[in-house]
Design a protein around this ligand. Structure first.
Ligand SMILES: NC(=O)c1ccc[n+]([C@@H]2O[C@H](COP(=O)([O-])OP(=O)(O)OC[C@H]3O[C@@H](n4cnc5c(N)ncnc54)[C@H](O)[C@@H]3O)[C@@H](O)[C@H]2O)c1
Length: 391
């Protein structure tokens, strides 16, 4: 008989929310997971009303405390198998911690928390309760990110010398928050967003892409957090010069005032033998540049082993479910891949078997914590005028 469909509970997602939508599409992508219940809104009445009007049947809860307590009473098979947290940053720690304590695996949005103290507590709770925990660094879910990771980490480009990892947007170039836009309002509020606006929101994605693709860690950094929109309290432009664990250097930069840039996340890695270029707005391709040769452009779905450059392509990467080359995969597919890989760990957890949750296929709680440590160090450096700060 086929396996049962995993049950997912969602925290956040009502009232015109953004990222809950790609997530819930990705959850239903394979038919092996479905959203069964949710606490959709901080106002209990709105939460219940929105659950009733949800496009498919779900059980609504007035708040996440009620949802966690009620689900925890149910036996495996009737209760949620994992909880998705898609609330603003300041509402990550509390529900995540309560879910872990109740033994529920958690897939949480980034940045993990608003303080390093909270992040440390989540790491400790995950280790103590031994539950799968994923952090929604979307762009790791692209097949081409995993492919880039193999190319760089296997040494095909030689030693890494320099990395430029960036995420550029222009939507907050003016005080868009004054229009009441729901997504803008909390992102510019230190109480809801954390100590860094642009850095926490999208700089953490650029950092994660760097760490995931290269396997290198930031050892020390010097940062400039800048505010261009008048009167804003948090940075809308974030520039961090980093020294990496192999002695090489990197720029991790993010901007919300780069007019014309939409979701321009990308990475360029310069090694001693060649370079790699990847951009999430063109996520189907990876470009390799080798000295004295025409560029090699690899397309997802059309990569063959042993082509004179590639070697030892990981079997699990080649076996990853994907569609034929030329039918484009994009944002929703990346989210679906993260949930699909997380599902494997949740099923193993349910069966009391070992599970990976090692950061190879989606970001884990340690990765989430690293993002917060990076933000804390960047804020400290910037406040001191851009001095070097150890991570
Ligand atoms: N991975 C990505 O690519 C990506 C992209 C966008 C946003 N995000 C992250 O996702 C999170 C949400 O961002 P968004 O843009 O979707 O925000 P949003 O404002 O669109 O949605 C937030 C949702 O949380 C709900 N909410 C707030 N407090 C709640 C509470 N106490 N209980 C229940 N629900 C509550 C709101 O009602 C709303 O439904 C943020 O942490 C953000 O950084 C990640």
């Amino acid at each position: 008989m086929s396996q049962r469909v995993l049950r997912v509970g969602m925290i956040g997602g009502g009232g015109g929310a953004f990222i809950a939508q790609p997530h819930q599409k990705a959850i239903h992508f394979d038919g092996t997971r479905r959203v069964v219940c949710a606490a959709l809104h901080p106002d209990p009445a709105v939460a219940m009303r929105e659950a009733e009007n949800w496009p498919y049947p779900i059980q609504g809860y007035k708040n996440y405390d009620e949802m966690i307590a009620d689900q925890a009473k149910k036996p495996l098979g009737d209760r949620v198998d994992y909880v998705l947290i898609v609330t603003p940053n300041h509402v990550h720690f509390d529900p995540a911690h309560k879910c872990i304590q109740a033994g529920f695996p958690v897939f949480c949005e980034k940045p993990l928390t608003v303080t390093l103290e909270e992040a440390d507590k989540l790491v400790a709770a995950v280790k103590a309760k031994k539950v799968p925990f994923g952090v929604a660094h979307t762009y790791l879910g692209h097949w081409t990110s995993r492919f880039s990771r193999h190319i760089v980490r296997s040494g095909l480009l030689g030693d890494v010398r320099w990395v430029d990892s960036y995420y550029l947007q222009g939507w907050l170039a003016t005080r868009f928050e004054d229009t009441g836009n729901m997504q803008a309002v909390w992102r510019v509020d230190p109480k809801q967003a954390g100590a860094s606006g642009c850095g926490g929101d999208i700089g953490t994605h650029a950092l994660m892409q760097l760490r995931y693709v290269t396997g290198l860690e930031v050892k020390r950094l010097m940062a400039h957090l800048e505010i261009y929109a008048p009167g804003r309290k948090l940075d809308d432009h974030f520039t961090v010069y980093c020294q990496l664990s192999n002695g090489s250097k990197a720029l991790v930069r993010a901007s919300q005032i780069a007019i014309g840039h939409k979701n321009d996340l990308g990475i360029e890695v310069n090694g001693t033998k060649g370079s790699l270029v990847w951009q999430q707005e063109f996520p189907e391709q990876v470009t390799i540049k080798l000295p004295g040769q025409p560029d090699r452009v690899y397309f997802r779905g059309a990569v063959s082993a042993n082509d004179g450059f590639l070697k030892d392509l990981p079997a699990d990467l080649m076996a990853e479910p994907t569609i034929p080359s030329g039918h484009p995969e994009a944002f929703h597919d990346a989210f679906a891949r993260l949930h699909r890989c997380f599902e494997q760990d949740v099923r193993a957890y349910n069966d009391k078997k070992p599970f990976a949750c090692d950061g190879a296929k989606y970001a884990n709680v340690d990765d989430g914590r690293m993002g917060i440590a990076f933000i804390q160090a960047a804020v400290e450096s910037s406040n001191k005028g851009g001095v070097w700060v150890e991570m």
